[in-house]
Design a binder for this molecule. Structure first.
Ligand SMILES: Cc1cc2nc3c(=O)[nH]c(=O)nc-3n(C[C@H](O)[C@H](O)[C@H](O)COP(=O)(O)O)c2cc1C
Length: 349
């Protein structure tokens, strides 16, 4: 309530990207405030969901995480832990640092509780981000999971995209608890072509091969690999992606990234980019549900499903779980509802 009445109107006076960066920098530098944030926002331990296990060696303390793109460079990891998330996804990380598209590139659609962004993978690059995670890990608990979402640089042709993903795997392997292979950002030209069968099969098989090589090199288990897909796929494409994911034995699928569609909006806006928030909810829910239906039909190891898109409340969270998600991630809901959303979702009513 306090956030929506007093804080949000002030924050919304500023340019979305500037205020985002300002707050991220503030919370990353002022670590003395962490206990205050923990006290105010973290869910009550005894009331929240019980420990929750997932693939391989990963153990999540609850089912809620921060989606990729919020803290692209992993500068505020300790803050996210203090807020009570079980995990965060840093990135999208590319091998080399890049500045992304021309500003302005994030737009608020207040009446629709949504955002449009066309950031274009602005990030500090794999080396710098690895250092940020190494530093953060000195302070975070073992039960706080740090995933790294990886992609390709803008100038890398789609036919050699595999190389960029493999470089990210190599550079970040020692610090990532899991990886998400992002093939679904609408803001890197041609990236979504990687959903196509020939590209995807090759990409995932190369990534899984590299994963095993790196696990032997570092004498540890291979990392869990998730694939983050677009909400703008037809039924046939979803089936094909699912089949290839199962064939290559990846751990799971994150459904979904932002949409390039413009479902009925209260206020029309002529900006290109990916739409997130409330108007995305049913679209990403449908993809999740379809994946879950396919999952229930296969024998053997199932894919873990991560639900992302339009979660603004406990009901939205419950719907993702009902549709088969083992984990749920939020982004736009945190901007509109404030950090109080974490307790609202995780505390038992
Ligand atoms: C400003 C912004 C930047 C984002 N950047 C990334 C990114 O770098 N990588 C990625 O996989 N997803 C990115 N996303 C997508 C989110 O992680 C999330 O999947 C999507 O916004 C749907 O969830 P939401 O409706 O809760 O926001 C971004 C979203 C926004 C709004």
């Amino acid at each position: 309530m306090i956030y929506k009445i007093f804080i949000r109107p002030v924050l919304f006076l500023f340019d979305p990207e500037n205020i985002h960066d300002f707050i991220l920098n503030f919370v990353s530098k002022n670590t003395l405030f962490l206990p205050v944030f923990r006290f105010l926002y973290s869910p009550h331990k005894k009331n929240s969901h019980p420990d929750y296990f997932i693939a391989g060696n990963l153990k999540f303390k609850n089912k809620l995480g921060l989606s990729a793109g919020f803290d692209k460079n992993g500068i505020a990891v300790r803050f996210w832990e203090a807020l009570g998330f079980s995990h965060i996804e840093i990135g999208t990380v590319t091998p080399v640092a890049q500045s992304g598209n021309k500003k302005p590139r994030i737009f608020r659609l207040k009446k629709d509780n949504a955002l449009i962004n066309r950031l274009g993978f602005n990030n500090s690059g794999a080396d710098e981000i690895r250092k940020n995670i190494e530093e953060a890990k000195k302070f975070t608990g073992k039960d706080f999971i740090i995933g790294v979402n990886i992609g390709k640089n803008k100038d890398t042709p789609i036919t050699s995209a595999f190389e960029d993903y493999k470089i990210c795997l190599e550079k970040l392997f020692p610090v990532a608890d899991y990886f998400t292979v992002n093939i679904s950002s609408p803001n890197t030209e041609g990236l979504r072509k990687l959903h196509e069968e020939n590209y995807l099969d090759e990409l995932l098989s190369q990534i899984m091969k590299k994963n095993i090589e790196l696990s032997e090199l570092h004498s540890c288990e291979p990392k869990c690999i998730f694939l983050k897909i677009a909400p703008d796929l037809n039924s046939e494409m979803i089936e094909s992606v699912f089949r290839i994911a199962v064939k290559n034995k990846i751990s799971g699928i994150t459904a979904t990234n932002t949409t390039v569609q413009r479902p009925k909006l209260v206020k029309e806006i002529q900006e290109e980019g990916g739409l997130s928030g409330k108007p995305l909810k049913s679209m990403s829910g449908k993809v999740l549900k379809k994946l879950n239906d396919m999952n229930s039909k296969i024998s053997g190891t199932k894919l873990f499903l991560v639900g992302s898109g339009g979660v603004f409340s406990r009901n939205d969270f419950d719907e993702k779980i009902k549709y088969g998600a083992s984990l749920v991630q939020i982004y736009t809901g945190l901007i509109y509802e404030g950090p109080g959303i974490i307790r609202k979702i995780l505390n038992k009513q």
